[in-house]
Design a protein around this ligand. Structure first.
Ligand SMILES: [Fe+2]
Length: 168
């Protein structure tokens, strides 16, 4: 996966503030949450990484935006065969994870569940401590992990991966 080519398509089209609560700093924490979860539960780490980059990139407002998950899925589809080179099965997982991530669901393939948990573990940035009953996977329901992710979210922690993304 050529992340720099993807980033060069994703970030310039993002219409909101890069420092906003749904922007790249959030994506980077979702990326790290997801990579950690995938190392524990066998989810497809590449799909989880792509979800972090895509899932909020078509938001048009920081407030309620019910279409942005589907829009993100469709945007990913538009990049297939060009900047986004993944197999059909992985793409189906990415597409579903993005399209359905706003619905509060918990039942899905483990990779999709891991995408959703990676996102929900970052709710501390908007003053919400994730409710374990709304997390999908055993790995994410760990109290220490919730506390770790929530503290980073509340502090606005900037993962190093973000610098790599923005430097490309
Ligand atoms: Fe998100």
């Amino acid at each position: 996966m050529n992340t720099s080519r993807l980033i060069s398509r994703i970030i310039p089209q993002y219409p909101l503030s890069l420092s906003g609560v749904h922007g790249p700093v959030h994506w980077a924490r979702v990326w790290e949450n997801g990579q950690h979860l995938a190392s524990l539960n066998g989810a497809d780490a590449e799909v989880v990484a792509l979800f972090a980059l895509f899932h909020d990139c078509c938001r048009t407002t920081e407030d309620e935006d019910y279409e942005h998950g589907q829009d993100a899925a469709d945007f990913a589809q538009s990049l297939r065969g060009a900047e986004l080179l993944i197999n059909d099965h992985s793409f189906e997982l990415l597409y579903e994870a993005c399209a359905r991530h706003t619905d509060g669901e918990t039942e899905a393939d483990i990779t999709i569940q891991t995408c959703w948990d990676a996102d929900r573990l970052d709710l501390g940035r908007v003053g919400i401590v994730p409710d374990p009953s709304r997390l999908c996977t055993e790995a994410a329901r760990d109290a220490d992990l919730i506390a770790w992710a929530t503290q980073r979210a509340q502090e606005g922690f900037c993962p190093a991966i973000l610098e790599e993304w923005l430097a490309d």
